[in-house]
Write a protein that binds this ligand. Structure first.
Ligand code: ADP
Length: 607
């Protein structure tokens, strides 16, 4: 539509759009025609008013904006009358009174540009709701009197819609992220009972997945959105959630999608791009097989669910048979939702793993506790008969030696001595087991008293020296006396164990050096037992203090043991407020150290 040809029909009086155009160039002059052409070509709607608000001129943009073709008489109307025909509203929705119309304001002298430009909604003459951004300025004569106004109106409906959609998308993403965060612990558990229908009750994870697809569909306005996981071994698809199918189709999809793999749908090149984390558009038009569950979709946007190393699933969406051009925002949103869905799956997997680990740990703890109780009972039950057995064997041996009763044959004497030794070992083992059971139950009692460590060690050294001829136990205390507040029986047990080990694990014999020193600075006693035996492999040195642990080389030598001695030593030393450790070189020997506080330990006597 051309302004000139519409002069009469739209009732617009021809006014000069600009005051500064020289008289000589008006009318048919080329300058005026040039300006006219520029005026018409401006995409925004330009309105020129006289001082009473009558429209004196407008360009094509303005006519289109108004939808003037349906109401040609509109421009002849007064400002008030026009106001009735196009309802202007604030963007918040309430109607805009005439006094606040931008035209009124400009005619009153306001200049509306850039930051002061006004935005309002209006219904044009075609009844189309539009959002308009208006800037304008009054036209003044040479004296400065307002003789009219010029307004420039821009249709920002689409731009605002796009902004709104971006906002909605952001909001949706936030909601999804929130849903993820709020996913309850142990979300694999069923949280809603469906009352025994054919489908299983949904889990919290499933509800979140369903929400993700619902929200995506709402924001993008597409036909169908689905989330599908990939089975790691076979690569088959596993249905997670779908929206936009009929009930019948949905049931079929859930039931049958597992028959397919991703490469049934995607060409290798597209699959490779997906695997690098790219969102891809898959043209389905060539896929005619009706059993591929594509439900008439022409093309599908596929976003990868990537857990860092693996493609673990995909989000797909389509607009059915309709053609659709995907905007970068839509592609980005699909990618973001797929990432969120990845987090849901990963979280679920981790929760499940930790629940399993917890269950295993609990089961193990219970088994251990039962075993401890059982060992405690067995040990207790063994103790008395073992003591009688030893007593019996010893009595027989001693009485016979004293000439009381009939003489024993040599083999009988030997057998009795052997019996006594075995019973002695058994009773030592029983004692260890009992101690262990007490420790585990927190019932091991200590009876600390002032004890001279030098005398105590000397006693143990003397006793154990009598058990071996191949070893020389050298005791070199750096102090004459060192009185500590310890349980003498328990500390003797610790030392016996350490020195017995030194003997046992030096099958070739040799010296065993025992030392005691006082560390004045740290207010500690330092005790060491050194042998030149088989040593302990480096990687097992930290473990020998755990119960039932025997180093590989000890086993290889065929040296028997239960792996309880050092465990008890450590527990007893630590209960005394001290520390035990070893230094060893396999094949060269070991040194075991103990540090004990000189002052009485703060730890309670009963554990
Ligand atoms: P046991 O000697 O009954 O097996 P311990 O708890 O006393 O149990 O010792 C645990 C393990 O530590 C032993 O099986 C052995 O492998 C290693 N070990 C302990 N003392 C020594 C030592 N002096 N020399 C070499 N290995 C040792």
């Amino acid at each position: 539509m051309d302004t000139h040809s519409n002069e009469e029909s739209d009732g617009t009086e021809r006014h000069q759009p600009h005051q500064s155009i020289p008289e000589a160039e008006q009318g048919p002059s080329s300058r005026a025609r040039q300006l006219e052409a520029i005026f018409e070509a401006i995409a925004d709607g330009v309105f020129v008013y006289d001082k009473d608000g009558h429209i004196t001129q407008m360009n094509k943009g303005a006519r289109d904006l108004l939808g003037l073709d349906s109401q040609p008489g509109y421009t002849a109307l007064s400002l008030e009358e026009r106001g009735v025909m196009i309802t202007q509203r604030f963007v918040q929705g309430q109607s805009l009174p005439l006094a606040q119309w931008a035209t009124t304001r400009v005619l009153n002298g306001e200049v509306l540009t850039d930051t002061t430009a006004v935005e309002f909604t209006m219904r044009n003459l075609h009844g189309r709701e539009m959002r308009i951004n208006l800037s304008g300025a009054p036209i003044r004569d040479q004296e400065g009197n307002i003789v009219g106004a010029i307004n420039i109106c821009r249709d920002v409906t689409e731009r605002r819609k796009l902004e709104q959609r971006t906002q909605d998308a952001l909001h949706a993403l936030l909601t999804m992220a929130e849903a993820l965060v709020k996913l309850p612990q142990g979300s694999g558990e069923i949280i809603a009972q469906t009352g025994g229908g054919e489908s299983p009750a949904p889990t919290a994870t499933h509800l979140v997945e369903q929400r993700l697809v619902d929200l995506t569909r709402n924001v993008l306005g597409c036909r169908r959105v689905s989330l599908t996981a990939l089975e790691q071994e076979a690569g088959n698809l596993r249905p997670m959630a779908v929206v936009g199918l009929s009930q019948e189709e949905e049931r079929q999809w859930l039931r049958e999608i597992g028959r397919f793999r991703l490469d049934d749908y995607l060409a290798p090149a597209l699959l490779a791009r997906l695997q690098t984390g790219e969102v891809v558009l898959n043209d389905l038009s060539g896929m005619t097989a009706s059993d591929l569950l594509t439900y008439g979709a022409r093309e599908v946007l596929v976003a990868p669910m990537h857990n860092g190393t693996h493609l673990i699933g995909v989000l797909t969406l389509d607009y059915g048979g309709a053609a659709h051009t995907y905007t970068p925002e839509e592609v980005a949103l699909a990618g973001a939702v797929a990432k969120l869905a990845t987090l849901v799956i990963e979280r679920e997997r981790l929760l499940q793993e930790s629940a399993e680990a917890r269950a295993r740990e609990l089961a193990l703890r219970e088994t251990t506790q039962r075993m401890d109780e059982f060992l405690g009972i067995v040990a207790h039950e063994l103790r008395t008969p073992l003591a009688s057995l030893r007593g019996f064997a010893q009595t027989l041996l001693v009485q016979t030696a004293l000439g009381k009763g009939p003489q024993l044959a040599a083999w009988q004497g030997k057998a009795l001595a052997g019996l006594d030794l075995v019973a002695q070992r058994l009773s030592a083992l029983t004692d260890d087991l009992l101690d262990m059971a007490r420790l585990q139950a927190g019932q091991l009692e200590l009876h600390p008293e002032p004890t001279d460590l030098v005398t105590l060690v000397q006693r143990v050294v003397t006793r154990l020296q009598m058990t071996t001829e191949r070893h020389t136990i050298v005791f070199v205390p750096a102090v004459e006396q060192l009185v500590l507040h310890i349980d003498p029986r328990r500390m003797e047990q610790v030392l016996s164990n350490m020195i017995s080990n030194a003997i046992k694990y030096s099958p070739e014999g040799g010296p065993i050096e025992v030392t005691i020193a006082e560390d004045i600075e740290r207010q500690e006693a330092l005790l060491s037992v050194r042998d030149h035996g088989i040593g302990i492999p480096a990687q097992q040195q930290a473990q020998v203090f755990q119960r039932f642990v025997q180093a590989d080389n000890a086993r290889a030598y065929g040296i028997e043991g239960t792996g309880l001695g050092l465990y008890l030593c450590r527990a007893l030393v630590e209960r005394h407020g001290g520390r035990i450790w070893c230094e060893s070189v396999e094949g060269q020997g070991s040194t075991f150290f103990i540090r004990l506080p000189l002052a009485s330990p703060a730890a309670p006597a009963r554990f």
